[in-house]
Design a protein around this ligand. Structure first.
Ligand SMILES: [Zn+2]
Length: 178
C-alpha cells in the first residue's frame, strides 16, 4: 500500500521539529514523486543567513536537482504551514501538481489566508490544494514555539481555547518566517 497524505505530512512535521531543535521557526516540507519522498526541506533562514530559505524553497531546489528538471510536474509538496507569497510563487513556477499543507498562516499565508497567490484566477497554472490535514498538530507546534520564545507557558494542544486561558491572542501568533 502506498503511503497516505498523512504519512507524507508526518515526514514534513519531522523536518519542522528538526528545524525547531536548531532554533528555527518550525516549518518542514517534503516533495513526493511517484509515491516516494524525493526531497525534504526545513526552514533554515537563520542558519543560512538566507531570507529565502523557507522549507518549501529548500525542498523545491533539491527536487529540481533530483529530477534534473526545473519543472516539477506530477510532484506533490507537503508542508506544515500555509505557504507565503514567495513560496506560493515558487510552487507555481515549479508547476507542482498538488499542495498539501496543515496549518493556516493568518499572518502571511498566500493560499487564501492573507493573499490568494495560489490559484489566482489570472494565473495559468492551477494547483490542487488540500489544507487543514493535521492542522491540530501543526498549529500548536508553531504557537508554542512563539510562546516559548517569549518565555510563556506553552498551550496544551488538545485543550479548548478556554482551558488554555491566558493564551488568548497569542495563539494567533503564527509566523511569517515560514
Ligand atoms: Zn515561504
Amino acid at each position: 500500500m502506498f503511503p497516505s497524505d498523512e504519512d507524507h505530512l508526518r515526514a514534513a512535521i519531522a523536518e519542522a521539529r528538526a528545524a525547531e531543535m536548531e532554533g528555527e521557526v518550525p516549518v518542514g516540507a517534503v516533495i513526493v514523486y511517484n509515491n516516494e519522498i524525493i526531497t525534504r526541506g526545513q526552514n533554515r533562514v537563520l542558519r543560512d543567513h538566507d531570507p529565502t530559505a523557507h522549507a518549501e524553497i529548500v525542498a523545491l531546489r533539491q527536487a529540481g536537482l533530483h529530477l534534473s528538471n526545473y519543472r516539477l510536474n506530477d510532484c506533490t509538496l507537503y508542508v506544515t504551514l500555509e505557504p507565503c507569497a514567495m513560496c506560493a510563487g515558487a510552487i507555481l513556477h515549479a508547476r507542482i501538481t498538488r499542495l498539501v499543507y496543515a496549518a493556516d498562516d493568518p499572518k502571511a499565508g498566500a493560499c487564501g489566508s492573507v493573499l490568494a497567490v495560489m490559484n489566482h484566477p489570472q494565473l495559468n497554472h492551477k494547483v490542487e490544494v488540500v489544507s487543514g490535514l493535521l492542522a491540530e498538530e501543526c498549529g500548536p507546534m508553531l504557537s508554542n514555539f512563539f510562546l516559548e520564545r517569549r518565555g510563556k507557558k506553552p498551550l496544551t494542544p488538545h485543550l479548548t481555547k478556554e482551558e488554555n486561558a491566558g493564551g488568548k491572542d497569542d495563539d494567533k501568533e503564527v509566523v511569517s518566517e515560514g
